[in-house]
Write a protein that binds this ligand. Sequence first.
Ligand code: ZN
Length: 252
Amino acid sequence: MITKLINRIKRKWTKFLLQPIRVFCFHHVSETYHPLTMWECDWTQTELLKRNIQNLKEQGYTFISLSDAQKKLKHDWFRHEKYAVLTADDGFKSLLNILPWLKERNIPITLFVNPKYIMEDRIGENMQNRLDQSKTKVSSDEIYLKMNDIESMHSPLITFAYHGYEHMDEWKIDERVFTQNLTQCIETMQRDFPNVIPFYAHTYGHAKREYDVILYKQGLTPVYVSGNCNYKDALHIDRELISNEILLKKSL
Ligand SMILES: [Zn+2]
């Protein structure tokens, strides 16, 4: 009873005194949609995304980094300014269509990546299956950013974070495989990637509480995509997925 009351007061207090921090997630950004290498919910048209980022600015949002957002979420008692954070998952090559534009505008972004597809000549299993079925050959470097792309876009505004060494579905793997995939990801990225920050984005938004314990032990903050996370945890960061479909329906 008392806890319920405290929580209600807390929620009202939060709404009244703290302006929002909105954390967004997108995947592919390109002029046109390519049905073989993209999923509809993963695609955002370049101009539409730019317009929406501009819109957020006009609505008074300031873009900050994920690390700064985390500090604010943890420590702010009062927040008068509205903030927004950009993140992109899977490290697709098409991000090159938006990264220079963001850099010019001083907008930070965090990329959650799988080193396997960036460093090796490999393609994620689901996409590879789809390509095989249609008997189409697409090379890994047409789909994913490669180390030379990462080196050439070197900027403190672009940070990298973990998404597993390869893109595995956490609901289908056991703890041993999860840990192995995470450890290999951390070791590789700490050795070879610039600006790595301690966050882990759950693949497909599929999260398991037991795996979050492993992440916390490694000093990582779990990051979700809203709608797929069915529990609340004070330490996680929830993201709004933005795709073309969503952006056409509403202006952010
Ligand atoms: Zn992903």
